[in-house]
Design a protein around this ligand. Structure first.
Ligand code: ZN
Length: 180
């Protein structure tokens, strides 16, 4: 995964899985997990002028259809999260959307940017003032950020601070009290 590190003024790349000698390294050019194969292909052709033949884009028939359905559903679930930010979706529904999305990521074999979903869980739990729920999501987020951003990353440091003291989360107490 690529991330710009302001503290280092550098673009840092982290491998999210073991890479075998000689193995091709793949990297998503955009939020590919939110788009069907056709949408991805159109975008890659338009923006980068190439035909993507990664494993996901090379699926055939039923496997392709299943992949497209999972990605369309993940896109819908992202809208559910957005709905919580817009105050049109209940927090319980938004938290359930995170769980479902992560389950679909796993089924899709997509292991990039999972940490950001756990961070939604931190924000929702903190806004509704449930410290135990904040800790639960923060611990999961921390485990992902170690992989995605590195042990020395400022993001990980922030998550660990919130995990130890949920009340310092930026969103703390901005919504009604709930226990999740
Ligand atoms: Zn592809």
């Amino acid at each position: 995964m690529y991330s710009y590190r302001a503290d280092l003024d550098a673009l840092v790349v982290h491998a999210v899985q073991f890479i075998a000698s000689g193995e091709e390294i793949l990297s998503p050019y955009f939020d590919a997990i939110l788009h069907t194969r056709e949408e991805r292909q159109d975008y890659m052709q338009e923006a980068y002028h190439f035909h993507c033949d990664c494993p996901a884009c090379s699926l055939e028939a039923e496997a392709r259809e299943a992949s497209d359905q999972r990605r369309a559903r993940i896109s819908d679930l992202k809208d559910v999260i957005e709905g919580w930010y817009q105050e049109t979706v209940e927090p319980e529904e938004a938290l359930a959307a995170i769980e479902e999305a992560l389950d679909l990521y796993e089924k899709e074999g997509y292991n990039v940017s999972l940490g950001s979903w756990y961070v939604y869980g931190i924000a929702i739990s903190a806004a509704h003032q449930d410290p135990e729920s904040v800790k639960k999501w923060a611990q999961k987020a921390a485990a992902r950020y170690v992989i995605e951003s590195g042990r020395d990353s400022p993001d990980l440091r922030s998550i660990n601070i919130i995990s130890a003291n949920p009340q310092v989360a930026g969103a703390w107490g901005t919504r009604d009290v709930r226990v999740f």
